[in-house]
Design a protein around this ligand. Structure first.
Ligand code: GLV
Length: 325
């Protein structure tokens, strides 16, 4: 019987596909697995079902001589050393597509929350400070007629763009490879270089995968390109932004605000971030609808079942592993 190591309890829909078929070892604690626990847990494992917060590096992989598959219950795979996996012939899978709409929804929730100061307003009311309507009470920014700048126009970027049409916004975007004209027309989106997108945007939102080449893509210099009235939204990966530079920028109101779902050293926060009023902070909940998380778990589990029964899983990140065999 094959052994599967699961780094933390996942929704039932995923577990059900594995129970009875395999020997399951699951981290019993309601917290992320430690590095030591993971290395211990995968010693005998044929497959690993892990989460985006589990760092699966070369050393971890080397502790698992029988490992054939790493199934990440996430679309991003920056937590996994893909090269090391490929070198060992280990297949890596992810869960693309199914979290697109949920993540786009959360992006809009954050965008609206920071523009219309929803979290500040909630605190204000709870603290008993609401004495009645006032002309300048918690006034924020408009969306209608404004420009949304999208960096990374893949599935999630496009789902965010689709929603922007309903809000009457103009869309500018950049992407490694420009979209075909008919897709640009569908979203009424204008392609421009990165720095131009940053300059033009009233709302700047990030939707590109993380890799070392885009570390601190939004650094101090690029923050300086933003309009002082603009907002920055990040539901991609924290290290796209130099968080210290962002805190300084927000402190001095050099931009209007930011809304973050992801952090550079997650779950640690850069000092000063939580003291700022002009930032909305979410705990990496982009895909956190019950249905979406269930489908993600099912997809990750399905890739294990597929591989261990001799099939090629649907969403392989390193297909070259199959070319080699
Ligand atoms: C979420 O951040 C994911 O990559 O699935």
């Amino acid at each position: 019987m094959s052994t599967i190591f699961i780094t933390r309890e996942i929704p039932d829909r995923g577990l059900k596909l594995l129970e009875g078929k395999y020997r399951l070892i699951m981290n019993p604690a309601n917290r992320p697995v430690t590095r030591q626990e993971m290395m211990e847990g995968i010693k005998e494992a044929d497959a690993l079902l892990c989460l985006l917060c589990d760092r699966v590096d070369r050393e971890v992989i080397e502790s698992a001589p029988k490992l054939k598959l790493v199934a990440n219950m996430a679309v991003g795979v920056d937590n996994i050393d893909i090269e090391a996996c490929t070198g060992r012939g280990i297949v890596v899978t992810n869960t693309p597509g199914v979290l697109t709409e949920a993540t786009a929804d959360l992006t809009w929730a954050l965008l609206l929350a920071v523009a219309r100061r929803i979290v500040e307003g909630d605190r204000f009311v709870r603290e008993g400070k609401f004495n009645g309507w006032a002309p300048l009470l918690l006034v924020g920014g408009d969306l209608y007629g404004k420009t949304l700048g999208i960096i990374g126009m893949g599935r999630i970027g496009q789902a965010v763009a689709r929603r922007a049409i309903g809000f009457g916004m103009n869309i500018v975007y950049c992407k490694r490879k420009r979209l075909p004209l008919h897709v640009e027309q569908e979203f009424r989106a204008t392609y421009m270089p990165l720095d131009e997108v940053i300059r033009k945007a009233d709302f700047l939102t990030l939707h590109l995968p993380y890799s070392p080449e885009v570390h601190h893509l939004i650094n101090k210099e690029r923050l300086n390109l933003m309009k002082p009235t603009a907002y920055l939204i990040n539901t991609a990966r924290g290290a796209h932004i130099d968080e210290r530079a962002l805190v300084e920028h927000l402190k001095e109101y050099k931009i209007a605000g930011a809304a973050l779902d992801v952090y550079e050293k997650e779950p640690e926060l850069t000092p000063g971030l939580t003291e700022l009023e002009n930032v909305v902070l979410a705990p990496h909940t982009g895909s956190a609808s019950m249905n979406t998380r269930s489908i993600m778990a099912e997809m990750a589990a399905k890739s294990i079942v597929q591989l261990l029964s001799g099939e090629k899983p649907e969403h392989v990140v390193n297909p070259e592993v199959f070319d080699k065999s």
